[in-house]
Design a binder for this molecule. Structure first.
Ligand code: NAD
Ligand code: DAU
Length: 331
């Protein structure tokens, strides 16, 4: 199997590439990545001799055509992925997430290749804090931020190309990932590295917002399951029943890093901040037989803290720039 992985130098894409090289060693793997501020070749250093790498933009139709033509299968992770950035500067989100996905769809249509499109639970908007409901594949789309609205747009393009042009595609919408190689702009790595830098973690608003955490290795195993067993045209929701509010996550990080439970700062809230995400992944579990491995969040978080403690040379070059950006917006 020849597979093209867009965004494979980012957090989830690189974890997936590692997972694939380990679990499908006979596959021919090419990573396609623009290496934006979020892409990092160090993420692929340990497997660099087992993969090919193409440094290019998914919005470049000629290059994406050429690479898709050479492969059997495309897994499309490439995106602008951070909500706070999308509030400051939405254009790169429109360009990469919408136009980039359009370019991939056109290439997949032209060369009749299989596509798996990676998306997010944020396309469904948010749930109330006290509502027992979870997102299902039938939940109507209702995105809140420039990031989530561009991801929703990309999903709708994929659905339209499936229906109108009969392309061979599947979609997955996953909840919040954590694990190694996640950029320090994101919640969990930001707090771990703030503590390692001798500063307090930063909690937006009142800290009651809920996210449904999944270890990135479980996201990888779900994507491989969909590639091999998924039904063309279907959407699968990926989640591991990991709901926690942000204050609970910070308190757990503080406990695991031997700090007092009130060693954090409340900072200004994110505009339009979604309240709660929660995934019902029963379709993926029942129809494809997937189940997560990291069911103990504390254990997964402990491993993640250990990784950041031992990989300061990976995150230190990103840290100051990220914190300067946050200080300008008072967060
Ligand atoms: P990330 O920001 O860490 O990585 C994105 C990667 O895409 C980077 O390597 C970047 O260089 C590359 N990229 C960006 N624009 C590109 C372009 N125009 N052409 C080629 N490459 C480009 O993101 P992530 O957190 O790993 O997310 C990966 C995917 O998973 C995204 O589609 C995101 O929407 C989705 N997702 C993320 C989460 C999460 O919790 N992080 C959850 C569900 C879904
Ligand atoms: O749900 C899936 C989505 O999860 C993905 O589609 C996105 O790509 C990914 O970035 C993530 O989006 P969130 O906005 O939920 O993640 P973030 O890490 O930015 O924030 C998680 C929660 O923590 C959110 O409620 C905001 C809050 N937060 C974030 C930061 C950076 C804080 O309280 N303090 C912080 O310093």
């Amino acid at each position: 199997m020849k597979i093209l992985i867009t965004g494979g130098a980012g957090f989830i894409g690189s974890n997936f590439t590692h997972y694939l090289v380990k679990h499908r060693p006979d596959w021919d793997v090419t990573v396609y990545d623009k290496l934006t501020y979020a892409g990092n070749l160090k993420n692929l250093e340990l497997i660099k001799d087992q993969i090919k790498f193409v440094h290019a933009d998914i919005c470049d139709q000629n290059t994406i055509d050429e690479q898709i033509a050479k492969n059997d299968l495309v897994v499309h992770f490439a995106a602008e992925s951070h909500n706070d950035n999308s509030l400051l500067s939405p254009w790169p989100f429109v360009e990469t997430n919408i136009i980039g996905t359009y370019r991939i769809l056109e290439a997949v249509k032209k060369y009749n290749k299989r596509l798996h499109h990676i998306s997010t639970d944020e396309v469904y908007g948010d749930l109330k804090l006290d509502d027992p409901a979870k997102f299902t594949p039938d939940t109507p789309y209702n995105p809140s931020s420039p990031y989530s609205s561009t991801k929703a747009s990309s999903d709708l393009l994929v659905r339209a190309w499936i229906r109108s042009f009969k392309i061979q595609a599947t979609i997955s919408n996953c909840s919040n990932n954590y694990g190694p190689f996640q950029h320090v702009e994101k919640f969990i790595p930001r707090q771990i590295t703030e503590i390692l830098e001798g500063r307090k973690p930063k909690l937006y608003g009142n800290g009651q917002n809920i996210r449904d955490w999944i270890h990135t290795e479980d996201h990888s195993s779900a994507v491989l399951k969909i590639l091999e067993k998924g039904v063309i045209g279907e959407t699968y929701l990926i989640g591991a029943d990991g709901e926690k509010n942000n204050k609970q996550v910070i308190e757990l990080i503080l406990k695991l890093m031997n700090k007092d439970s009130d060693y954090y700062e409340l900072v200004s809230d994110r505009p339009g901040h979604d309240l709660r995400y929660a995934i019902d992944s029963s379709k993926l579990r029942e129809e494809l037989g997937w189940k997560p491995k990291y069911t103990n969040f504390e254990e997964g978080l402990k491993n993640t803290i250990y990784w950041y403690k031992n990989n300061r040379d990976w995150w230190q070059p990103l840290k100051d720039k990220t914190e300067i950006k946050y200080s300008k917006i008072g967060r």
